[in-house]
Design a protein. Sequence first.
Lengths: 333, 162
Amino acid sequence: MATAARSYSRRDTILLAACVVLALIAQVLPERTRDPLAAALRHTVLAPLVALQRDAELTHRAWLTREDRVAARDSVVLRSMALDAVRQDNDHLRALLGLGARLQWGFVPAEVLQGRGVGEEYTVALSAGSRAGVREFSPVIAPGGLVGMVKTVDPTMSIAIVWSHPDFRVSAMSADGGAFGIVAAHGSSEPERYLLEMRGVPVRTLLKPGTLIVSSGLGSTFPRGIPVGTVLGEMKTSELWARTYLLRPAVLPSEMTSVMVLRPERVASGVDGVWQTGVHIDSAVKTVVAAGEALERAARAAAHADSVRTDSLRALRALRADSASRRDSVVRR
Amino acid sequence: MRPTDLARTIAAFVVLVLLHYTLRPLLGWRVSPDFLIIALLLVSIRVRPGTAAVIGLCMGIVSDSLELHAFGAGALGMALVGFSASWLKAVFFADDVLLNAFFFFLGKWAFDIIFLLAEHRLGVGELFIEMLVWSPLKGVVTAIFGLLTLMLLRPILRASPT
């Protein structure tokens, strides 16, 4: 037993010595031998383990950087939100520049001074006053259309009532000029609070949803052709001889940031061609139709004259023939 | 060792090697457990010292293939630790939790010392810091995880009745 134990011990010792020698040899191996050997081990035995380790380290890194990633994502979202607001503002300003270019003259640009006071949903403070040429009852417009009317003017600022004000009225018509009425604030509770209604439209006139309503120019406050809103539908009222239509405003409260105040001389000369409302297209169509009708009338008149002339010639020839036959008969006699 | 016990030991060994390459990088600790040492010790106490030395050499060579600057150092350390563990277990230790923990701690510390001395990379100051501060800490962590592993793998590692 002791001999067996010693032999096992000797064999173990020999194995240990061999292992130590092999390990020392591995340490002093030249690179050209060591590197291929290590590479072979990495590509075979160790390959799946290395893949596992790589995935585990990636997971660990993802876990460590999760807060940074969340913060980065929040920052990006925040920036994108701000970017959207800037883009909307830019679009609005571009539209305002376009409106200014189309108006060309007779307006005062103004900023709507935002506040959170009571009653500001009916009135807005404008950054331009009498020194800039703003007068009472001057129309306030935006790229989308009508905003309201100046109520009070100070030297450096002014107060305007917007279309949601209970006292606001504008004489309006459909863009084709087929229906006239008075537009005022709807004055209802939510959610129809910020809508308009067009009253006094004759019963015989039907307006389809989507019809554009513009200022008619009747009265001296608002020139003709400023978009006021679009028809949403007819309202049920107790009136028998007139219809009332619900309108979606052309300028929403959120778009009342930068506006223009029309000067009196511009109101007097009108704003034709500033908005593509169809009023001028309709006028042009009417002009073309009228011109066509005139041409047709002229052609008919010319044709009538020709036929009259031909008839006259025929009658004249017949008369001459008759006279000649009479003369011949006289000569025979 | 009977075939059933051999299969169980191999299963436990594979689980520990997988843990070394998954759980350890997932934890990412500065003082991390060495599941390869735990696996080597678990196997070593079930085989003869010479066999344990050969197993340690093979494990060391494979793990050294990722660390070319110390190629052979890990093999030397694992061969010596495997042999010593097998011999010491046969001579001294009984099946006791605290003794097992000390066994893991000592195995890891001894391996680190041999490895650090064999690789010739660190200066004297750094070497002493590593050997006397970090290596014992790693030994403690390895001992804790070794005990946890023993508890979790108890159904596998329990010797089959004769």
